[in-house]
Design a protein. Sequence first.
Length: 386
Amino acid sequence: MNEIFRTRPGRKRKTKQGDKCLVCGDSAIGLNFGVQTCSPCKAFFRRNAVKLGTIEFQCRDDGDCPVTSDTRRQCNCCRLAKCFRVGMDRKAIRTDDQRRERLLLIESNRQKRSEHNIINKSLAIPNKPLIRPTNLLLQSKEDVYLSADSYDLLTNIFHGYNKTCTSTPKEQLTMPVNESLTVRAFLNASSSIYISFISFLQLLPEFRSIPIDGKFSLVKSNFKHVLFKHCAYLIHTVTPDLHQDSPVCLHLFPKEVYASFCERSFALTPFVHDPILMKLSLIILTFSTYLSVSYECQPTTHTKTNITKTILQAQNIYVELLWRYILTRCSNFQKSVHLITSLISRVLHSQKSQIMTEDFIRTSVVQQQEQELAPIIQSIWIPDAR
């Protein structure tokens, strides 16, 4: 009869019932540093063998103290000597860095095995194209798994975002509150966030394939709304210590505008800690023809039908990728539907509550101080001439 003992994550040790530790005679858990030992003697050897040469171990008797499960703590000198005498190998002790590397390797291999199993199931599906917009709600299990190419795309999105979107709202939220603090200065301080997000979009082949006038239209029509959500994501994840209850926001915005901003930000809180979900959502919103729910200004339209078609085709790719990711993320189809429904409803709600903030900025800053705005801010906030 065998008993299984787990000595560290990812590893199993087997020992026969009744096997004894060769150091103290207690019940052994398996081979440790080349010798069958119990857990306390294993830990003792790892902790003390590396100290040889740096401290001196002394026996208070004649150097031959008995080492048993009852007396093993009485003399470290004799206990360590017996560890070496029975054959425990000091060279087998890993450093802290080596242990961390091994644990990371074990976890990495576990994830790779899990992903490999998922990919194998996906690749086993015969003659089914990756993108099937009319079949997105099929409940068949064979349709929920991401392909190897989809995993690569998600990885590229994750790392591309982290590489380019290094600017955070920290500069704006820590600005000194005094007479020189204005909404114009606050907007201009946001320029780096806008530019870094454009750098992220440039990594997407679908965005690069859009003609320059189409890209300008997307920036003009959607960036006010996308970047508000982007900043809400950054505040909750990258700079959680800088909560939106910042004296800067309280100083700049009227109470009702500030309340609207907080409401919009809090609505997205359940989703901000998923490393993929928010990034895909921001991409999908960017590839929209027109996000604003206010039509006081003429929406920017695409003069060429093929540009609109290219944009919507790109959006379809990431909509399906998001849905497949959610199906893989959730334990069942019903939870997947609930998650994406909640995400859509909260995004729509945030669009509505954003009108007040947009109106305040446009009337108090854009119409009065547009020439003092940074170029990227002008291109986003100043409406086209009618």
